[in-house]
Design a protein around this ligand. Sequence first.
Ligand code: ATP
Ligand code: MG
Length: 622
Amino acid sequence: MQIVGHTTQQVVYAASRRRPFRINELLLIEDRIHSNSNPLGEVVETQSFNRYIPLATEHSDLVDRQVMENLAQLGYDIGADTIHLARIRILAELASPVSVGIAVRVPTFAEIRDFLIPRDPATGLVLGVIRGTEELTVGLPAQLSRVALLYQKDSGIMPQKGIPYIMDHWTWPEYPHIGIFGGSGSGKSFALRVLLEELMRQQLPGLILDPHFELSFTEPFPDLPASYREDFTRRSIVLMAGRDVGILFEELNAADLINLLQAAGEVTENMNNAIQTLHRRRDSFVSFSTRIRDLTRGLEEEQDLKRKLREDDGDGFREKQEIRRILGLVEKYKDRVGHVSTLRAISRRLNRLQTERIFTGGIEPIREAIMNRRLVVVQGPIWFLQVLGAYVIRKFYRERRQYQDAEQTGGEAPKFPPFIVATDEAHNFAPRSPEIPAPARSILRTIAQEGRKYGVFLILATQRPALLEDTITAQLNTKLIFRTIRSSDLEVIREETDLGPEEVRRLPYLGSGNAFVSSAAVGRTIAVRIRVAKTVSPHSRHPFLELKEDFIPPEEELGEALLTYLPLGDFNFDVHLGTLQQELKRRITIEEITCCLEDLVGEGIVEKKEMVLGVEYRRRED
Ligand SMILES: Nc1ncnc2c1ncn2[C@@H]1O[C@H](COP(=O)(O)OP(=O)(O)OP(=O)(O)O)[C@@H](O)[C@H]1O
Ligand SMILES: [Mg+2]
């Protein structure tokens, strides 16, 4: 293999008569000029030619005239020889271009170890294997050779082939935040799971918002070798929004409340003022909403109420007292809360949040998990997660900042650890379009911009990078790019990553689980195949298998059950009705039983006989 031409200092061409090139493989260029360290290159495009596939410039955008001439000079018989060609991107800064004719070879593992392995697997995040390094697997030391098993849908678990791709999370303070982009079914959720497993291995605490109810880590991936299994049950906890966790109304201040209400509809300047005026410290949902309700009534019925108070109709002392209280509120707030419609709008938003069970439970279980350096997965409908997530993230971020600032200035603040926030469907939590209300957008933007100073990092997965808030996208220093087809998303990827044109061209065709990792910390793009996950989502069964196992048609189920009760007479159905209902966990009528048995008679499985007391059904004996 040798160099046959170049376009720039970074891009060269290599040719070989015997060995086809592989995409993404790393090759060492034995360049005497740069001899103190032979530069490495990565194959970004390959093609093979022979006399049936003529090598002519009009047939290939890989070669130009210059390359053709060089090939001839180097003794290649264009038109007769088989020629394998590659476009190679040099992975180092060169002072001068590489010369034509220089030899190119596959490096040994020792020659590229430092370049490809930033950390050992015990202290870094092992996410998969580096594509194009398959040939180097044999030279791998034991501690690197079984850390990233692979998975293929049809073949199952496969041995690790290639050098492990280890992400160095110790660089995050300098290069924070991760984006996981890719179309449907491209492998984002799978990769997110692998990444989260690695966070747990390193005991990095994290808050995960899981709108798909798919991120629990208790079920092992099927057929995993025992040596590769890992138990994450004590490292993670799943909490259900609205059942296990929610927001304690009593803990909200007026500003928090305004933020929350924005999730239920626009909060106008008037509403803002009204809430600031009416909310009191430690208000409960009931005390606050009652105050608003009473005040609304007072404003609407002021004259009426005053008249009632004046009338000496002997009505109850209690009612008068109540009227006085309401009028007292009117007196106090009348000039400060604006119109009744403002109050009504506040009530509507409050009620929506209440009906959605936002105010059920508190966030203590989340805090406890973070303090214990666990991964806490909060599951719930996306809208709920947006509201709860915005509140919790804002609160924790504030506490983390206060703690760190206090540490530095010698002040006092309760301890709060660095943590990670991760979510799928990130474009819903932080949409680009300012018209779409999104309670979590501003806090996510703040963390994207300054979270690294406080050890707070984001992992955001989305199908639609084009719809993700652009300041945030720009701050994601590492991006895992999976198969992408939409042109608007490709456009963002082109702008926001260092993927070369060849890679962008390959994006629509990437197989599931393959990604390009564009990382500012590494300074180049790495083609990676994500390893097999050690756990699976509890509902990752094939939907048709689920149908077969969990959705036996009630009629069939009844038929199967009835067969075990035979012989049965229509005179004694009721004797068995109780046990049958218990067995099938539903109500069953006598008519249903008769119908079902008649069907079985029709199918020839059951026969019926006239008896003295009535009809008897028995299994047909063939
Ligand atoms: N690293 C991998 N190795 C092997 N197979 C994978 C890998 N990643 C994904 N797959 C296969 O692709 C399927 C889809 O992956 P995944 O659920 O992660 O897609 P997704 O990008 O999250 O899609 P969606 O956006 O629709 O949620 C998986 O069920 C699995 O069969
Ligand atoms: Mg997914």
